[in-house]
Ligand binder design. Structure first.
Ligand code: BDR
Ligand code: CA
Length: 308
């Protein structure tokens, strides 16, 4: 079967790391590039983390490029401690033997999308993709599919209304959802159904490879955050849902919707209004609704244990 050619637009991020390592392990996916964006941490950290992950996976063939350092409307946010100070749980890393591509991440996206049919997986704020659509509108029709982790119907995770990736750059998200590319959205309502527990972390730690050990150690910082924030150590695999969708399209129940992004609002800036009415069943935007966590967990273990 032909592999799906993908670019991952990302702000690693511990859950980004799991998503990226899953994608790089899969023989169903041809990961051609990681384009970094500011989000969980400033761009210089997210770009470094992308290089670290590609080096960890021993995949120097994957292009790594730095994209936008600021959201369309600049913010004072400089990263929290959800993913540790460095974005990957504050482990000790060697200098990665993978260099940054000399092009801007948005230009890498343009060049690679024009080269061959490509799916874009967006697991950070949508700044790079909004700039891509604004600067190179001819590229939009060439994107085979855009799978996004972001948004929420029921409850945000930065404010009551807004999920982080959309909250960080609502104007970019607004631009992206106004474009006609086929979008599949993985909001918090779905991603909170997918998590790894302490047994999973132990299994990763003892599976006998560097990827498993490091992933478990990265996830430890994330588990501490989850304990403080949600009252238990189950680590929610937000970004991995976007990759899981490509690996097994049947695994996530989806429905056609229309999404609007709130860019104003005294209390609701960054909210995603997901209209799930039947009249939108044929929409070019799908939203993920349900997933079985045990099947997902087994796929994580199968992929991450395949590293040598
Ligand atoms: C999203 O925000 C980030 O902290 C995660 O990496 C994920 O992309 C979840 O709201
Ligand atoms: Ca992310």
């Amino acid at each position: 079967m032909a592999r799906t050619r993908i670019i991952i637009d990302t702000d690693p991020g511990v859950d980004d790391a799991v998503a990226i390592l899953m994608a790089l392990a899969s023989d169903q996916l041809d990961v051609v590039a990681l384009t970094a964006v500011a989000g969980n941490s400033p761009l210089e950290d997210t770009a470094l983390n992308a290089r670290r992950l590609v080096a960890l996976a021993k995949r120097p063939d994957v292009i790594v490029a730095a994209g936008c350092a600021e959201p369309l409307t600049p913010t004072n946010y400089v990263g929290g401690d959800v993913h540790g100070q460095d974005g990957l749980g504050d482990l000790v890393w060697d200098e990665p033997d993978v260099q940054l591509d000399s092009r801007h991440g948005v230009d890498v996206l343009r060049d690679l999308i024009l080269e061959a049919p490509t799916t874009v997986v967006a697991i950070g704020p949508l700044t790079n993709l909004a700039v891509l659509a604004q600067r190179y509108p001819e590229v939009v029709a060439k994107v085979e599919r855009l799978v996004i982790m972001g948004g929420a119907s029921f409850h945000g995770n930065v404010t009551a209304a807004a999920e982080f990736n959309i909250w960080f750059d609502p104007e970019a998200a607004d631009e992206v959802f106004k474009q006609p590319w086929p979008i599949t959205l993985m909001p918090l309502d779905l991603t909170h159904q997918a998590f790894l527990n302490d047994e999973d972390l132990e299994r990763l730690r003892t599976q006998g490879n560097e990827v498993g050990m490091r992933t478990a150690n990265m996830l430890e910082a994330y588990a501490v955050f989850h304990q403080q924030w949600y009252g238990n150590r189950n680590v929610i695999m937000h970004d991995a849902m976007a990759i899981y969708e490509l690996l097994n399209p049947q695994a996530i129940v989806k429905q056609g919707v229309v999404v609007q992004v709130e860019t104003q609002g005294q209390h609701s800036r960054g909210a995603t209004l997901i209209d799930r009415g039947m009249q939108h069943s044929q929409s070019h935007v799908l939203v993920g609704c349900e997933v079985d966590n045990d099947t997902f967990r087994s796929v994580v273990h199968q992929l991450l244990s395949s590293y040598r």
